[in-house]
Design a protein around this ligand. Structure first.
Ligand code: COA
Length: 199
């Protein structure tokens, strides 16, 4: 699993997001269609639910990763929430969403890989994904990474055992983050110039 590009996997820059990006995260989730909100949250999340969810993200404790376009819109994002349940020590839960018009480009899978590397570097031993059984794309990503799928009617729990961090995961994450941050800064400058030019 490489975080950087290979001939088969073009480079996708994923950066970690902080509290300054909360509104961007909200805009991304609010743009999801009702059926995608259902797949993402497991219930028919209205705008107020999404606002509460976003307000509740504990940046600094949880991790959020994102892929932005040139206009700095968040095209895809993943939330890695660390569990504090005693029956599941060193476990993190993964949630992801990709805007419809950019699906099928591998963003969901790359976000998953990024979260796996980060979780390993944090000493997390298990990654948990709650998905609806009908969610073929999410379950395909989890199964492809070797997760054990436990179906319980309309819901499926995917549990991936994570090996410990190593030199590659540590270095790979630092490089990916540096590249993604430089790219973001550059996009932000271009965006500001464009806005200034358009008055
Ligand atoms: C699930 C989701 C994130 C996938 O994003 P994506 O960027 O389109 O997925 P990718 O392009 O990375 O595809 C990942 C894999 O799923 C497979 N896949 C995609 N759509 C599929 C479908 N409808 N049925 C079966 N497999 C599918 C792809 O072929 C790919 O497998 P491969 O790597 O073996 O080729 C996206 O569909 C989404 O945002 N859904 C709504 C929110 C959601 O369901 N979140 C997950 C619950 S937390």
């Amino acid at each position: 699993m490489s975080l950087l590009s290979t001939p088969a996997q073009p480079l996708v820059l994923i950066r970690s997001m902080g509290p300054a990006h909360r509104e961007r995260v909200a805009r991304h989730l609010l743009a999801l269609a009702p059926e995608d909100r259902y797949l993402r949250f497991g219930y028919a999340a209205g705008d107020a639910h999404i606002r509460r969810y976003v307000d509740g993200i504990k940046f600094g404790r949880d991790d959020v990763f994102g892929i932005v376009n040139r206009r700095l819109e968040l095209l895809a994002m993943a939330h890695l929430a660390y569990a504090d349940a005693p029956q599941r020590p060193s476990c993190a839960e993964f949630g992801v969403s990709v805007l419809r018009h950019v699906r099928g480009r591998g963003y969901g899978k790359r976000l998953f890989e990024r979260a796996v590397i980060h979780a390993r570097n944090q000493g997390v031993e298990q990654l948990l994904i709650h998905a609806l059984t009908e969610n073929k794309a999410m379950l395909s990503i989890a199964a492809g990474a070797g997760a054990r799928l436990v179906r319980d009617g309309s819901e499926t729990e995917a549990l991936l055992q994570l090996p410990p961090a190593n030199f590659d995961t540590l270095l790979g994450e630092v490089l990916q983050e540096q590249l993604a941050r430089s790219d973001y800064r550059w996009k932000r400058r271009v965006h500001m110039v464009r806005q200034w030019l358009s008055g």
